[in-house]
Design a protein around this ligand. Structure first.
Ligand SMILES: Cc1cc2nc3c(=O)[nH]c(=O)nc-3n(C[C@H](O)[C@H](O)[C@H](O)COP(=O)(O)OP(=O)(O)OC[C@H]3O[C@@H](n4cnc5c(N)ncnc54)[C@H](O)[C@@H]3O)c2cc1C
Length: 468
């Protein structure tokens, strides 16, 4: 069990509470605090023996627009630009009501989180953002702050308490049954149980294209909440759009923090087992991830030179190239021929690919993949001609599932006919509809905070049978 000073941990389960929250990630913790602030007796059940799920494994980036940190860094951003980006990235397949809800509440949620002691670091740009709006924070610290604040208002958390079934009286959800048979009754239940990146069976059902992808996320993220809600007829959205992220070290490595590196955005090319490029490397890392998954043998390599290595930045995990070298995660050689041999690529293949690439950049040929930029629409690609040369074995990893339960703007779970399943709420990675067909960095943590808080507020407003 987590031993965090000030954390309101219980071992006994109460018979009945006002708001019952499942899952101690950001969505659950935000919902718990919001319900407690609204005056409800709120209880959080966490399946594992620690807080955090995928939230504490993440890079901790939230997508907010119009913040103090952006103003301090002279970054021009606005809610209008955020809305436009979200819809464009999601290819307008997003639920516009959820995009609108996020835009309307992201800034007040950011202020609420800061008022509870959350601190954000230097803002930087990332995928899908036309203005830098990735706000980094220490996610473990963030959750502890929220739980402590909730505890001061009387909320409680119980660990090692996996919910297994929702209880329903024919008209509404009335509580949950745990795996050990114990039951807790509640006026409202909030599902914050995360996605299913760690459940190979559900991934095979909804995203068979990820069969060869690596998986990362909280150990408890098995799609339990999704299954419990589906058993009551809950609808689903965005399941065709599960994506993997490119750049993850190709096998388990103790220094892999889950985010991988994206040397491609600083000048690297990506090559397959045949020593051939297979994609325009300036594209979104999710699209590169899709392209990598269908390469022979799945593993690919990001190949770069000393010029790209000089752009290494220890403060930004995806650009921490020097750190990867220190951790023994890079292959290195003085010549491209030497690197080709070190990787084990067919003789001459990488030499030919790099020569063609450099020639195309020098204006002596066409780039077959049409690469015109370093990343997105920004920067000019550079030749790979300054030794030493490096290769990072790179695969695609499923970090989050981006799809899930249909919800309305109160975060009530809707059935397949669009009717609310009474007294059942959901927020965070378990929900679908917000991202649509593409993904903007920072919007998973962002939606967990924004929608988690909204779920807690509305769950707390359900009529209560409870006297305490
Ligand atoms: C390596 C990595 C990097 C990432 N980086 C970013 C990033 O920088 N920005 C971003 O926006 N997103 C990022 N993501 C995605 C993001 O972290 C998640 O989508 C988000 O944190 C999900 O929050 P959540 O509260 O919905 O779920 P989680 O944080 O996963 O929490 C769910 C909790 O529910 C518990 N639970 C599950 N089943 C039950 C049950 N039956 N009963 C009780 N409890 C249960 C789990 O044990 C877990 O503690 C990243 C993910 C990973 C893995």
């Amino acid at each position: 069990m987590s031993e965090i000073p000030g954390l309101p941990v219980d071992t006994e389960l109460p018979e009945r509470v006002g708001v019952l929250v499942l899952g101690a990630g950001l969505a659950g913790c935000a919902a718990l605090l919001a319900a407690a602030e609204a005056g409800q007796y709120a209880l959080l059940l966490e399946k594992t023996d620690e807080i955090g799920g995928s939230t504490v494994k993440s890079a901790g980036l939230s997508a907010f627009a119009g913040t103090d940190e952006q103003a301090e860094q002279g970054i021009a951003d606005s809610v209008e630009l955020l809305r436009k980006d979200l819809l464009e990235v999601g290819k307008e397949r997003n639920d516009p009501a959820l995009v609108e809800l996020y835009c309307a509440h992201q800034l007040e949620t950011y202020r609420w989180l800061k008022a509870h002691g959350v601190v954000y670091g230097e803002i930087h740009a990332a995928s899908g953002q036309s203005a830098p709006r990735s706000h980094p924070t220490d996610t473990t610290r963030m959750l502890v702050q929220l739980l402590r604040a909730a505890g001061e208002l009387g909320a409680r958390i119980v660990f090692d308490a996996p919910a297994e079934r929702l209880l329903h009286d024919g008209a509404r959800v009335t509580g949950v049954r745990l795996a050990d048979g114990r039951e807790v009754l509640a006026d409202a239940v909030v599902l914050g149980t995360g996605g299913f990146s760690m459940n190979p069976d559900l991934l095979a059902t909804f995203a068979p294209q990820m069969a060869h992808a690596l998986r990362q996320g909280g150990t408890g993220n098995q799609g339990d909440g999704l299954k419990m809600a589906m058993a009551l007829g809950a609808g689903l959205r965005d399941t065709p759009y599960i994506k993997g992220t490119y750049g993850h070290f190709h096998t388990e490595h103790p220094d892999e923090d889950g985010t991988g590196i994206l040397a491609v955005y600083k000048g690297a090319i990506a090559v397959n087992r045949e020593g051939r490029r297979f994609v325009d490397e300036s594209r979104n890392y999710k699209e590169i991830g899709d392209a990598a998954l269908v390469q022979p043998g799945v593993t690919t390599w990001q190949v770069f030179d000393a010029r790209t290595m000089a752009l290494s930045n220890d403060e930004v995990p995806i650009y921490e190239f020097a750190g990867r070298e220190r951790a023994g995660m890079l292959l290195k050689a003085d010549t491209i021929a030497g690197l080709e041999a070190a990787i084990g690529l067919p003789e001459g293949s990488l030499q030919e690919t790099v020569a063609e690439y450099n020639a195309a950049l020098a204006g002596g040929g066409d780039d077959p993949h049409g690469r015109a930029h370093l990343s997105g629409g920004v920067g000019r690609p550079t030749p790979i001609d300054q030794g030493p040369f490096y290769a990072h074995p790179s695969g695609t990893v499923v970090l989050a599932t981006y799809c899930g339960l249909t919800v309305d703007t109160r975060m009530r779970v809707l059935d397949w006919w669009g009717e609310p399943i009474e007294r059942l709420y959901a927020a965070g990675e378990i929900t679908g509809g917000f991202h649509g067909a593409g993904y903007m960095t920072g919007t998973s943590i962002g939606k967990s905070g924004v929608f988690g808080r909204i779920a807690g507020i509305h769950a707390a407003a359900e009529e209560s049978d409870l006297e305490w």
